[in-house]
Design a protein around this ligand. Structure first.
Ligand code: ADP
Ligand code: F6P
Length: 321
């Protein structure tokens, strides 16, 4: 079957680099003579037929743009059979021979459903959380790490000036990749992640040791979902005598112009998605494994498990004061 027109959508939480991936999809598809429809607001736009043709010149300047120009959404209707069937009808009506879905695990599940209903889909990993097992690296992760690092460097200035402990909550959904990596790059005294049991006694001990060695500030990195960081800061203060403050970095971590790495990975992955769809190959997700581009069957990818790198945990622990 000749592939004449494909769609592209961004879904779930936005991530820096999503626009760079869309740009690559549009540019390479157009080069192959394939039209691209940009679908607004993820599966919501697909179900409602909210899409427009995107040309090579439309995506000028997309590389450096943060967020997602196409918009994104969480679309509960798409989790129902009726929603998927509606999307299939729209794809048939608008002549879409395939769809590139840029998002996280949830979006991959939607792409698998759509593929099973005869619309070939290729998923690209777009999330700051880096929590997708079928890839070592997700689009947006590097920018989020750099943003968190910059913010915490600033916090450190004030924390050191007041001889305080800063308890900082970072994003990551159910995973500690951002927290662990940021702890290393920001000189965290301690890091709390959902993958490992947390000991308040050890945390207190670490802060007291650092204080005794003359450290003027302490940074404690906490992955979101662990609990109330204000309460944690209070408890640290009570048990160590070190004045403590909590900061939740929040959605600022999702914003900003993508870093070089995010732009590069997004561009390569976008290119590869078109390569697959242009050959009529769907139900695949693209990833990077050991710096090599790979693609997997979506169901196979969703069965994979991603572990936190315990070597990094050891590094964080051993090089903290
Ligand atoms: P992410 O893609 O970042 O993991 P979500 O989990 O919010 O984000 O998923 C994004 C969207 O993907 C959902 O709003 C929904 O439309 C679709 N989706 C999620 N889970 C499923 C599922 N099990 N089946 C079909 N579609 C799903
Ligand atoms: O998946 C990206 C992410 O930013 C997670 O880190 C976080 O748990 C979630 O999305 C926040 O979602 P929302 O934008 O709905 O608050």
């Amino acid at each position: 079957m000749e592939v004449k027109r494909i769609g592209v959508l961004t879904s779930g939480g936005d991530a820096p680099g999503m626009n760079a991936a869309v740009r690559a999809v549009v540019r390479y598809a157009n080069r192959l003579g394939i039209e691209v429809m940009g679908i607004r607001r993820g599966y919501t736009g697909l179900i409602n037929g909210d899409m427009y043709e995107m040309s090579t010149t439309d995506v000028m300047d997309y590389l450096r743009k943060g967020g997602t120009v196409l918009g994104t959404a969480r679309c509960p209707e798409f989790k129902e059979e009726a929603g998927v069937q509606q999307a299939v009808r729209i794809c048939q009506y608008r002549g879409l021979d395939g769809v590139v879905v840029i998002g996280g695990d949830g979006s991959y599940r939607g792409a698998a459903d759509l593929s099973a209903h005869g619309v070939p889909c290729v998923g690209l990993p777009g999330t700051i959380d880096n929590d997708i097992a079928s890839t070592d690296y997700t689009i947006g992760y590097d920018t989020a790490l750099n943003t968190a690092m910059e913010m915490i460097d600033k916090l450190r200035d004030t924390s050191a000036s007041h001889n305080r402990c800063s308890v900082v909550e970072v994003m990551g959904r159910h995973a500690g990749h951002i927290a662990l990596n940021t702890s290393i790059t920001c000189g965290g005294t301690y890091v709390i992640v959902p993958e490992l049991e947390f000991s308040m006694d050890k945390l207190v001990e670490k802060i007291l040791i650092a204080q005794n060695k003359g450290k003027s500030h302490n940074i404690v990195l906490v992955a979101e979902g662990i609990g109330d960081v204000d309460r944690l800061a209070k408890e640290i203060e009570e048990r160590t005598g070190v004045e403590s403050r909590a900061t939740i970095l929040g959605h600022v971590q999702r914003g900003g112009s993508p870093t070089q790495r995010d732009r590069l990975v997004a561009s390569i992955m976008g290119f590869h998605a078109v390569e697959l769809l242009s050959k009529g190959i769907g139900n695949r997700v693209v990833g990077l494994k050991n710096d090599k581009l790979v693609d997997y069957d979506i169901q196979e990818a969703l069965q994979m498990k991603k572990e936190l790198d315990m070597n990094l945990f050891e590094v964080a622990h051993c090089i903290a004061l």
